[in-house]
Design a protein around this ligand. Structure first.
Ligand code: SAH
Length: 395
C-alpha cells in the first residue's frame, strides 16, 4: 500500500484526531496513489498513524478514515462504519414522530465527505470527496441495508465541494427503485413533501429540526414572519404550535409552491401568506409600511462561501438582522441563523448585537442554537459546526 509521509513535526494535528491533512504537511506519497485511494499515513520517522483517503486535487490532500494503524480499510470496514453511524441515530428518534434523519454526517461519523440522509423508506447520499466517491457503491449498499424496508438509494453529489476535488457533479439512482417526485416525510408530527432530485442539499434542511421545534414552542397565537422560508419548514412548525398567522418569503417560486402544498398537508387554523421576493426588499417595505411581527425567523443561505468572503458576509447578516429586529413587536422573538462554516459563532453573535444596537433595541439571548444532533460535530473537528443560531427576545 502507498504511504503518505508527513513532513517533520507535522503529525500533531493527526495525533489530536483532526481528520484533515493539508498539502503543506505532506512530504511525499511513497508508491504513488490514485485519487480516492487509501494510503497509510506515517510520520517523517516512519511511525504509522492510521489510514486516509487521498485527494490529489484538493488542498486538503488526505482525510483520515481511521487513527488506528492496525485496522484494514476495505469494503467490510466501510460498511461497518455506515451501519454503526446509522445505529447511533436510533436512540435519537425512538418515539416515531420523525422519519427523516441524517444517518451519516461525514467527518463527525468517521466517513469524511460522505453524507447519508434518510427520508422514510428512501435514502439520499452525497459523496463530496475522492475517498467517498471511491467507495460509493459499497456505501450505498450499506445504507440500504441499514434502513429497514429501504426502497431505493439516490445520489445527490452536486455540492461545490466536489469541484475542489476535481470531481464532476453526479446524481441518479444507486440502488433499488426510483424515488417518487415528492417523498412525504414527517418531523415531530408535521408532514412535509421533499423533492430529492431538485431540492436543496439532499432535499430538506434536516439540520434545522430542533430549531423548528424551538420556534413551534413559542408560536401560540403569534404573527410569524418566516424569512428565507424554502419549503415552509419553520412556518409549518409554527402553525403546528398554534401561530395565528405565518408570512413566508422566498425568492424561489418552486420552494413556495411546495411550501403551500406542505401547509395544506397539515391541519391547523392559522392563516398562511406566501410572498415571492427578495427578503432584503420585502423587509424594507414592511418597515416603511409600519408592519410588525411577534416572531421572526431569519434563515438565509450561506453568505460566506470562502474565508475571504467572511467580512462581506458579516455585512449581509448585519443588514438582514437589522431589518428583522426593527420589525419585532415589543417582547417579540427572533430566531436568527448563519449556516456559513466560515462564520464563527462569536462573530455571528457580535454581528447580531451590532444590528440590535443600530436598531436601538435590547435583545436577550434565550438559547444558542445549532444543527440537530443527527448532524453531530466531532469534538476534534470544530469545522463541523456550521449552523449557528440565536433565539432572542426583544425588549
Ligand atoms: N428555513 C428553511 C431553509 C432556508 S434555505 C427550512 O427550514 O427549510 C434558504 C432559502 O433562502 C432558499 O429557499 C432560497 O431560495 C432563499 N433565498 C436566498 N436568497 C434569498 C433572498 N435574497 N430573498 C429571499 N429568499 C432568498
Amino acid at each position: 500500500m502507498s504511504e503518505l509521509v508527513l513532513r517533520t513535526k507535522r503529525e500533531r494535528s493527526v495525533l489530536r484526531r483532526h481528520p484533515w491533512i493539508f498539502s503543506g504537511a505532506v512530504e511525499t506519497i511513497r508508491g504513488g496513489a490514485e485519487p480516492g485511494a487509501t494510503v497509510r499515513v506515517v510520520t517523517a520517522a516512519g511511525e504509522p498513524l492510521g489510514f486516509a483517503a487521498y485527494s490529489p486535487a484538493s488542498q486538503i490532500r488526505a482525510r483520515m478514515w481511521t487513527f488506528a494503524p492496525e485496522e484494514t480499510v476495505d469494503a467490510g470496514w466501510i460498511a461497518g462504519r455506515v451501519a454503526s453511524a446509522a445505529a447511533r441515530r436510533d436512540v435519537l428518534f425512538a418515539d416515531g414522530a420523525t422519519n427523516a434523519v441524517r444517518l451519516v454526517n461525514a467527518e463527525a461519523d468517521g466517513l469524511p465527505g460522505c453524507v447519508i440522509d434518510r427520508y422514510g423508506e428512501w435514502v439520499v447520499c452525497a459523496f463530496n470527496t475522492a475517498g467517498a466517491e471511491r467507495w460509493k457503491r459499497e456505501i450505498a449498499a450499506a445504507a440500504r441495508a441499514a434502513v429497514p424496508g429501504c426502497r431505493g438509494v439516490y445520489e445527490r453529489s452536486d455540492a461545490d465541494a466536489r469541484l475542489r476535488e476535481g470531481l464532476p457533479p453526479a446524481s441518479g439512482l444507486l440502488e433499488g427503485e426510483e424515488p417518487p417526485e415528492r417523498i412525504e416525510i414527517h418531523e415531530n408530527g408535521c408532514r412535509y413533501l421533499v423533492d430529492v432530485r431538485e431540492g436543496h442539499k439532499t432535499g430538506f434542511y434536516l439540520d434545522q429540526r430542533d430549531n423548528r421545534a424551538a420556534v413551534r414552542a413559542l408560536a401560540a397565537g403569534r404573527d410569524v414572519l418566516n424569512a428565507f422560508s424554502y419549503t415552509g419548514g419553520f412556518g409549518i412548525a409554527a402553525l403546528a404550535g398554534g401561530a395565528a398567522r405565518v408570512t413566508h418569503i422566498d425568492l424561489s417560486a418552486s420552494a413556495l409552491e411546495l411550501a403551500e402544498r406542505n401547509t395544506s398537508l397539515n391541519p391547523g387554523s392559522g392563516e398562511s401568506v406566501f410572498l415571492r421576493g427578495n427578503v432584503f426588499e420585502v423587509l424594507r417595505k414592511f418597515r416603511d409600511e409600519g408592519r410588525f411581527f411577534d416572531l421572526i425567523v431569519l434563515d438565509p443561505p450561506k453568505f460566506a462561501a470562502s474565508k475571504g468572503a467572511v467580512m462581506k458576509a458579516a455585512r449581509g447578516y448585519k443588514d438582514i438582522n437589522l431589518l428583522g429586529i426593527k420589525l419585532l413587536r415589543p417582547g417579540g422573538f427572533l430566531a436568527t441563523f448563519s449556516c456559513s462554516e466560515r462564520m464563527e459563532p462569536e462573530l455571528f453573535r457580535t454581528v447580531v448585537a451590532e444590528a440590535a444596537s443600530d436598531a436601538h433595541r435590547s435583545l436577550q439571548v434565550l438559547r444558542r442554537l445549532q444543527q440537530a444532533p443527527d448532524h453531530p460535530e466531532g469534538l476534534s473537528f470544530p469545522e463541523g459546526l456550521y449552523l449557528k443560531g440565536l433565539l432572542c427576545r426583544a425588549d
